[in-house]
Design a protein around this ligand. Structure first.
Ligand code: FES
Ligand SMILES: [Fe+2]
Length: 404
């Protein structure tokens, strides 16, 4: 695997200075980000273990789009738009659950088989002759990778397996497909633009000062890197360290000596990131997956969930508890930092960032967004009502320039 250098990343004009302040507070831009970024890339929804039986389902929404992911009677996981073909109601009332052998729409009772095909229309003789094959639930791209289920509402980019190919070998060590859910998923909601939240998560330059306990665990072994394939990878090691924080010492001592991981990975915390905001954290005792999404202008959410191999050893149980407590502390520290930075960017004195080489993750994320949304390079926001068109014009210009 090859990494790109900070020099490569910062070669792009303006990349040291971050995105202009207006881009963190513009409802037209949020809408376009949802359309062009989140509705055109793979989004993690659940682990196959969350849908163990045929008929188990889970819903997922992004912008105006709704998905339902279900395990079929053949055991396959499939995704559909959660829109009834009669009058567009949701076809399942709950966010997750079990629907038996069919989805039965809660409005008038149209029903659908678990493969999406139309099963039954109540009082069907009151409708004109319908070609029933045309009235199944509309399918969505869905891919299961190491037991993790992703959906994509649009776009035609590479598969999840292709996008994460550089992580494949390492992730294979962890047996993610055999894992169980560890506790409930969690949500943090922010009354802030989603990018303000992600920016803080995209670099480890702040770890020594912003996260004293995490820094005590890993010291200066912590590094952030960017692969040639566009993934981010960060890691820190706690091998042979002396700890100031009792919780770190107890965590490391609790980790059982015999592990299914190779020796090289027993003392590492590793964070893999895939555009736009998927993060897979590999710990020796569990994994954690989190993502950030815009839920509206100045509204965003961080969703996370942990999985682990079945392991009844009290020592392992304790290690997992301590890991989650340490990471909860880190999360609370980040929430404060996110709020302070977002406040600062609203000030009349704000005139851009000054990023270090160690913050290459922030710049490379901004660069990936700029590729899709060149409007982010404008110093001032476009006139109200024109942002989408201005962005389309800039994209067309860039295409011409690239071809020329
Ligand atoms: S909207 Fe679903 S049955 Fe009428
Ligand atoms: Fe942080």
């Amino acid at each position: 695997m090859k990494y790109v250098t900070a020099q490569d990343i910062f070669r792009r004009d303006g990349s040291r200075r971050g995105l202009p302040a207006w881009t963190y507070d513009n409802s037209e831009l949020t809408r376009l980000e949802i359309e062009q970024v989140f509705l055109r890339n793979w989004l993690f929804v659940a682990h196959v273990v969350d849908l163990p039986r045929s008929g188990d389902y889970q819903c997922f929404s992004m912008g105006d789009e709704r998905a339902v992911i279900v395990r079929g009677s053949d055991g396959e996981i499939r995704a559909f738009y959660n829109n009834c073909r009669h009058r567009a109601s949701r076809v399942v009332p709950e966010e997750k659950g079990h629907c038996g052998k069919a989805f039965i729409c809660p409005f008038h009772g149209w029903s659908y088989n678990l493969d999406g095909s139309l099963k039954n229309i109540p009082k069907s003789d009151t409708f004109p002759q319908l070609d029933r094959a045309q009235y199944g639930l509309k399918p969505l791209d869905c891919e299961v990778w190491h037991g993790l289920i992703f959906v994509r509402f649009g776009g035609d980019g590479p598969s999840v397996a292709q996008m994460l190919a550089e992580a494949e070998e390492e992730i294979g060590f962890y047996r993610i497909e055999d894992m169980q859910r560890l506790g409930d998923s969690y949500d943090f909601r922010f009354e802030l633009d989603w990018k303000a939240v992600v920016d803080v998560d995209n670099e480890g330059y702040h770890v020594p000062i912003g996260h004293p306990e995490l820094f005590d665990l890993m010291g200066s072994t912590y590094t952030d890197q960017r692969t040639e394939g566009g993934l981010s990878r960060s890691q820190g090691s706690f091998r042979d360290r002396k700890f100031r924080f009792e919780r770190n010492r107890e965590y490391v001592e609790s980790l059982p000596d015999d592990s299914y991981l190779p020796e090289s990975h027993r003392h590492l915390w590793i964070y893999w990131g895939m555009f736009p905001t998927f993060v897979l954290t590999l710990f020796p005792d569990q994994i954690e997956i989190y993502q950030f999404f815009p839920t509206g202008p100045q509204q965003s959410i961080m969703q996370g969930v942990c999985y682990a191999l079945a392991d009844d050893r009290p020592q392992m149980h304790r290690a997992r508890e301590l890991n989650q407590a340490i990471n909860m502390g880190v999360g609370n520290e980040d929430i404060q930092l996110i709020a302070w930075v977002a406040e600062g960017m609203r000030s009349s004195t704000y005139d851009g960032l000054m990023l270090s080489d160690l913050e290459l993750g922030v710049a490379s994320f901004h660069n990936a967004l700029r590729d899709v949304l060149p409007v982010l390079d404008l110093a001032q926001s476009p006139e109200p009502g024109t942002l989408e068109q201005v962005n389309a014009n800039l994209l067309a210009q860039n295409k011409v320039a690239a071809a020329g």
